[in-house]
Design a protein around this ligand. Sequence first.
Ligand SMILES: [Zn+2]
Length: 295
Amino acid sequence: MIGAIEAGGTKMICAVGRSWREVRDAKKYVVTTTAPDETTTTVMEWFASQHEITPLGAIGVASFGPIDFATNSIARSTPKEAWRGVSWRDAVTNYLGPIALGFDTDTSAAGLAEWHWGAAQRRRVVVYVTIGTGIGGGLIIDGEALHGLLHPEFGHMFVPRQRGDEFAGTCPTHGDCLEGLACGLAVNRRWNGSSEQLAPEHAAWELESDYLALAMVNIIMVASPEVIVLGGGVMKVEGLMEKVRTKTRDLVAGYIAKDALSSEIDTYLVTPGLGSSSGVVGAFVLGARACRNSA
Ligand SMILES: [Zn+2]
């Protein structure tokens, strides 16, 4: 039995299961992300109660980032000040004792889930990007999430500001990086409304698709993925994916002469095969791999 935590900045989604399907279909235990002590206590007490019913072989934490792999904690550079340095290793060990722990970013984990069972199966180089409250991404190569100096931070690439856009940007570190200009929070602030309330034909989505297409081209030119999976709440806006596909194809402009970037763009930029379950199933992947490695 594996415990899976999708540890997001607004909520934590928890599940246990013996297989990815069990985790996908399980009734989730959802905790609103508040102060670290309060949140991790609520989350870990639930896993401790599950552990008493059926002992867990490992736990996987798919966390918002940036994260620190050496200590299995939230990095000190996170804009969520209260969470700086918070250790998932300590939180898990305090409640479950010495148990195998798999740890990665929520987006790398979601990318792994999509590689295993979703929209990116059997692809060698896969990028998963989520456009939600923030923007993040993972790069999966041969079924492994890329870790280098740290881990990729797709949301903090820079894209050229579009003419007429004078919005300062929401990123506390960079201002107008991609996340600062195009995350859900940026859409809300720029247009003084919730992104769910903006009609599909609102000018917001022309600008949004401009920025996302620029980001896609940067990703394509740098990493040459075989497929890009685009998840997150913002991508559910009607017609947005089509706009991003068309603009990405036009910006690539045939420079990479592949059908995937012209006539087959619809199967190149895709929605998650696992829907909104990619993150928690990804946490299961991290846990299952940690369990196997500890055996
Ligand atoms: Zn930034």
